[in-house]
Design a protein around this ligand. Structure first.
Ligand code: WQD
Length: 337
C-alpha cells in the first residue's frame, strides 16, 4: 500500500485519520511539533490500530526537520493537517498564521519535491466558501475568506493547483471539511482543545462535564427554522475514512481536486444541544447571546462529488456524533494525558 507522512497526526482529525490509514493497510509516519497536541496520542493510535506508528517531533516550518523526515523514511504520500486553526486568533495574529500555515506548507512541498514525493491530501475547510455563496456548497463555487485563517486555506489550495500545473505528475486533493465533531468509538481519541473551546460541541462537552457553567447560543435571529445557526456536522471517523479514500485516489490519479467532506445535512445549534442532552442524560444550561461576528446563518455541503469520485459518504447522524463525543469526554475527564 505505501508509507504515509501525516503532518499534525497527533491532532484531533489527524489522529483519527492515522487509525483509518493503518486499518486500511498503510504504514504511518506522524510529524507533529506538539504545539496543540500531545505525544500520548501516538500510543493511543497504536493501541486502537494494533500496529506501530513512527513518530517524528518536528515542525513543517523547519526545512531541516522536513529534510530529515523525508531522508529517514521512504514517504509515498502526505496527508497534511499541520497548521493553526483558530479563526479569532488568526485575526489577532495574521502574520503568525500566514507564516506558519502558508510558509510551512511551502517548506513541506519543497521537501516533497526534492524527494520526488508527488501525492498530497490537504486539510482544507468549508471556510473557503466565504460569505458570498449559497448552501449547499459545490466545489466549483468561487473561494474567498473572511479571516486570515480562511485565507491560508484559500491560498494553500491555490499553491497546490499551481504545483499541479507546473508538474503534470503531481496529485493533490484538497478536502473541504464542514464541521467535524464526535470521537473514536473506543473513547481513546477525541477533541481535546486547550482552554475554553471556540467551537460549539467541545464547548457543550465542557458544560456537560461541569467544567463550564452555561452555553452561550450565538444569536437566535438568523433566517433558519429555529433562528439559530445551521451547520453540516460530520463524525470525525467518517471524515477520517474520507482521507483514506482521498489517498487511494491520489495514488492512482494526477492533478488537483477539491472535494467536500460533509453529510449534506444541516443541524441548528438548538438541535445539537438537544442531541447532546439525549447523549449525556442531563440538561445543558444555555442562554441566548448576541451573534458572533463573522458567523453565517447556514452552511452545509453538496456531498455528491466525494460519492462520485471516492465512493465515500458520511454514515453517522448527529445523535451518534454526540454519543461518541460524550463517551470520550466521560472517559477522559482531564483530557488526553
Ligand atoms: C457552530 C455553530 C455558532 C460556539 C468553525 C470554523 C471553521 C471550521 C469549523 C476549521 C455556529 C454556534 C458556537 C458557541 C454557539 N474550523 N456557536 N455557541 O463557526 O461553523 O466553523 O469550525 O476549519 O473554519 O469557523 O463552527 O463550532 O464555532 O460554530 O452558538 O459557544 O455554533 O454561531 O452557528 P463554525 P463553531
Amino acid at each position: 500500500m505505501g508509507k504515509i507522512l501525516v503532518t499534525g497526526g497527533a491532532g484531533f482529525i489527524g489522529s483519527h485519520t492515522c487509525v483509518e490509514l493503518l486499518d486500511a493497510g498503510y504504514e504511518v509516519v506522524v510529524m507533529d511539533n506538539l504545539s496543540n497536541s500531545k505525544e500520548a496520542v501516538i500510543q493511543r493510535i497504536e493501541k486502537i490500530a494494533g500496529k506501530p506508528v513512527d513518530f517524528f517531533k518536528g515542525d513543517i516550518c523547519c526545512a531541516e526537520d522536513c529534510e530529515t523526515v523525508f531522508s529517514q523514511f521512504a514517504i509515498d504520500a502526505v496527508v497534511h493537517f499541520a497548521g493553526y486553526k483558530a479563526v479569532g486568533e488568526s485575526v489577532e495574529k495574521p502574520l503568525m498564521y500566514y507564516n506558519n500555515n502558508i510558509g510551512g506548507s511551502v517548506t513541506l512541498l519543497e521537501a516533497m519535491q526534492k524527494h520526488n514525493c508527488k501525492r498530497i491530501v490537504f486539510s482544507s475547510s468549508a471556510t473557503v466558501y466565504g460569505m458570498n455563496n449559497e448552501a449547499p456548497y459545490t466545489e466549483d463555487m468561487p473561494t474567498s475568506a473572511t479571516n486570515p485563517y480562511g485565507y491560508t486555506k484559500v491560498m494553500i489550495e491555490q499553491i497546490l493547483r499551481d504545483v499541479c500545473v507546473s508538474d503534470g505528475d503531481f496529485s493533490a486533493v484538497a478536502l473541504r471539511y464542514f464541521n467535524p465533531i464526535g470521537a473514536h468509538k473506543s473513547g481513546l481519541l477525541g477533541e481535546d482543545p486547550n482552554g475554553i473551546p471556540n467551537n460549539l460541541v467541545p464547548y457543550i462537552a465542557k458544560v456537560a462535564s461541569g467544567k463550564l457553567e452555561c452555553l452561550g447560543v450565538f444569536g437566535d435571529d438568523y433566517d433558519t427554522p429555529d433562528g439559530t445557526g445551521v451547520r453540516d456536522y460530520i463524525h470525525v471517523t467518517d471524515l477520517a475514512k474520507g482521507h483514506v479514500c482521498a489517498i487511494d485516489y491520489a495514488m492512482k490519479n494526477k492533478g488537483f481536486e477539491a472535494v467536500n467532506l460533509g453529510t449534506g445535512n444541516g443541524s441548528s445549534v438548538l438541535q445539537v444541544v438537544e442531541a447532546y442532552e439525549k447523549a449525556c442524560g442531563k440538561a445543558i444550561p444555555k442562554k441566548i447571546t448576541p451573534r458572533r461576528a463573522g458567523d453565517i446563518a447556514v452552511s452545509y455541503a453538496d456531498a455528491s462529488k466525494a460519492l462520485e469520485l471516492f465512493g465515500w459518504s458520511a454514515k453517522a447522524d448527529i445523535n451518534e456524533m454526540c454519543e461518541d463525543s460524550w463517551n470520550f469526554t466521560k472517559l477522559n475527564p482531564a483530557g488526553i494525558i
